[in-house]
Design a protein around this ligand. Sequence first.
Ligand SMILES: O=C(O)CCC(=O)C(=O)O
Ligand SMILES: [Fe+2]
Length: 350
Amino acid sequence: MNRDIIAQDAAMAFADHHLHIPDRFVRADEVPAAGEVVVVGGDDESSELPVVDMARLLDPEHREEEIAWLGSACRSWGFFQLINHGVDQAVIQKMKENTVQFFELPLEDKNTVAVRPGGIEGFGHHFRSSAGKLDWAENLIVQTQPFQQRNLDFWPSNPPTFRDSIDKYTTEMSNLAMRLLRFMASDLGVEQEPLLAAFRGKRQSTALHHYPPCRHPEKVIGIAPHSDGFGLTLLLQVDDTPGLQVSNGGRWHPVRPLPVPGAFVINIGESLEVLTNGLYTSVFHRVVVDAERDRVTVAVFQDACIDGVLKPLPELGEPRYHAIGKSEYFKGHTTEVVGQGERFIDTLKK
Ligand SMILES: O=C(O)CCC(=O)C(=O)O
Ligand SMILES: [Fe+2]
């Protein structure tokens, strides 16, 4: 996985999408653009990502039905969109604005928080290199929880309200994750507390993504196919540019940004798949680039483990995964020495 600073030539290619695409970004296999992905059934609703309604989860009259719907989304898709989530719209709006403002800054300003050799936090990346190819994106990653582990050296001070926006927004996301986990516990038929405890006080990491347009979107990729390593991912699409695609039934399904203000895309990470003993699924997804429009997103990753170990909740019966220490797990997940189409947790399966 690449952890590089964004150099001037990449920034120039990103800034002017009529320029030549540097070879380091050109994939050998054609990447179908969002509009060209073949989806079984076309407009068939079954090929659309499920939409979960938090208002229904909170309403005693609809709760049971909506919990079952949430559960089926987590089991069969590992992904859903969440509406009526109750997160403060002003906090979301400020986070969106500041994120866009940050990416609009000149490269040298963004590089004041550049990644450092061997590090993960900061501005830069091009991470999921396959066959030495780089992703068509620039990213800012900061660890946002636990509070004591925040390293403000990587938190941009420009725009001036950015640190405050990140703080407020990610606090909202921790709370939202906890709210969702209560309903997931219900669906799984386990006590809430052990599931919540697996997430409480654990790492929260925040990734801001900017996918510039590219005149040949089929030659590059925004994020190569991967599954997320943490427990739960909460994704905010800042604009309505499509790009995220989810693998299901051997096909890529485009996620349509909903015309609802501030819907979130939520997905199950590999750690939660293990915790649920495989009941919930962590699936491959990728981002394709648009020919004309920028795309900006904010991903918040909530980590989970039980006393420093990743293993299924004991309540869920005979474990189907070998337990693994969290640091060993991370090493495995980030080096990804696994076969094509395989996830690191597949190597833990019994
Ligand atoms: O930007 C997106 O739509 C997805 C980002 C993503 O998959 C990730 O950060 O792991
Ligand atoms: Fe992801």
